[in-house]
Ligand binder design. Structure first.
Ligand code: AMP
Length: 176
């Protein structure tokens, strides 16, 4: 991916201080989403990372992981699985609790979302402490998925979230 594209994406990410609570600098990606060319290039960098790889499904994390994950799954012609906050999925679920940079939460996955042995790629907008993705990884494996890698548009490196995902390979494009 051209360095120019990455710098345009980086320039579009908006820092919102003290959201959703004091001390957090929220990385707002809506300026990328509202710009057709930027949105397309943000999806393209995920696609480039997955070029020529054998993947069965994308799991996207509620809610911004759905935006990139579903676009990637559509383009690759593979299935998309939403990993949702507790209480949103209608059918039987597996769930896992975890702690966030700004709170506590519980995520759920439909028990029949993934077939045993399917090769899964996890996608979200941002890797912070890694709590969300680590619980996603646990859930994916619990229902039989083979998590081959995790990809994020943004990584807050100072929070060392990727350490929680070991041994899953982690890729991010905009590092802070
Ligand atoms: P974590 O579990 O700490 O890695 O948090 C990752 C999840 O929380 C992702 O779904 C992000 O969208 C969201 N998140 C955490 N911190 C931020 C932040 N500073 N800016 C934007 N989103 C964040």
């Amino acid at each position: 991916m051209a360095r120019d594209t990455l710098s345009k994406l980086r320039a579009a990410v908006r820092d919102v201080p003290d959201f959703p609570k004091a001390g957090i600098i929220f990385k707002d990606i809506t300026p990328i989403l509202k710009d057709g060319a930027l949105f397309r290039s943000s999806v393209d960098i995920f696609l480039r990372q997955l070029h020529d790889k054998r993947i069965d499904k994308i799991v996207g994390i509620d809610a911004r992981g759905f935006l990139f994950g579903s676009a990637v799954a559509y383009e690759l012609g593979i299935g998309f699985v939403p990993l949702r906050k507790k209480g949103r999925l209608p059918y039987r679920t597996e769930s896992a609790r975890y702690s966030l940079e700004y709170g506590e939460a519980e995520m759920e996955l439909h028990i029949d979302a993934i077939e045993r042995g399917e090769r899964i790629v996890l996608i979200d907008d941002l890797l912070a402490t890694g709590g969300t993705s680590a619980s996603a990884a646990t859930l994916i494996k619990k229902i039989g998925g083979d998590l081959t890698e995790a990809i994020f548009l943004i990584e807050l490196e100072f929070l060392h979230g990727r350490e929680k995902l070991v041994p899953t390979p982690v890729t991010s494009f905009l590092k802070y």
